[in-house]
Design a protein around this ligand. Sequence first.
Ligand code: MG
Length: 384
Amino acid sequence: MKKISLLGSTGSIGINTLDVVERYPESFQVCALTAGSNIELFAGQLRKFKPAIAALFDTTKIDALKELVRDLDVEIVSGQEGLVSVASFPDADLVVSGVVGSAGLLPALAALKAGKNLALANKETLVIAGELVLKEAECTNTRIIPIDSEHSAIFQALNGEKQERIKKIVLTASGGPFRTFSLQQMKNVTVKEALNHPNWDMGAKITIDSSTMMNKGLEYIEAKWLFGVDTEVEVIVHAQSIIHSMIEFVDTSIIAQLGIPDMRVPIAYALTYPDRFESNLPSLDLAKIGNLTFEAPDMERFPCLQLAMDAMAIGQTLPAVLNAANEVAVQAFLDELILYKDIAETIRMVMQNHRPVPLQDLKDVLDADLWAREETTKLITVAH
Ligand code: MG
């Protein structure tokens, strides 16, 4: 029985993780859960999965949550500290992080510090502090198992081979809902259009990131940290999202991982690794799909991808700044404070105004993150 501590249980990754856990009741047990602020859904999950401890990030709703589950035998904690207690909960064999945004960093570090293997869906953790996170994993001899579908694909393709044998990683991208839009059309994109992803059903923030291809940019950085900072990573647009990514090895052989676009597949792999469990999800029907297409990404229409690559090339605190500026700009777009095209433009200005410093400890990351949030908010306010 593998005991699981799940961070971010009411989000898209969390809900899918609980779905996987429920399918294998003899193999997995949830011992700890955290959620952001959706207390109704969270209370239902606590009732169903009966964890020993639960943390709610939104401290203002803690009393209302306690009221909802007062008949249950569960310890309720709150805030960032609460998330950290759940992440380092002694009973857990594996910590799954599906937290959205940079709020996932401290709990991820806490899990590794406590000696827990980490199944990581929260890409921001590696984007903003890859160096520190890898150092922690090395110190405590713990493993990071990627859940992000592309990185799970690369992890599976690499299975058993030496990282030094990788010639390059080919990271596939769906291209999002605006893959065929002209530059002119992209200027007038609405929130509703941007929230309509062709292949994947995900949360709002990541769906916008997919539409701007910032999601692929963050995944590019994530891939560098997971599979070697000096490894070449090529991004290729593959509209069908059937090949989840590939590795070209030094002998030019390419190993790819294919599958239906369903997050329960990479989540189940992270939970069962190094084994695989039988699944009753539908098989991939390649004859029905017919064609797999590939094209180079257009950096002019998707400048966020280039910004992320530039941030990684310079490194230091710049990826953390890119990420924070993106989080604030995406929220401003969702709140209809800025136009779609201003997301990339705002991030570019914040990056230009930043002086990167080497990343020595957590404070450097948090300072850069805070500076970038304030700078982005200032630029958005001035523009109004
Ligand atoms: Mg992905």
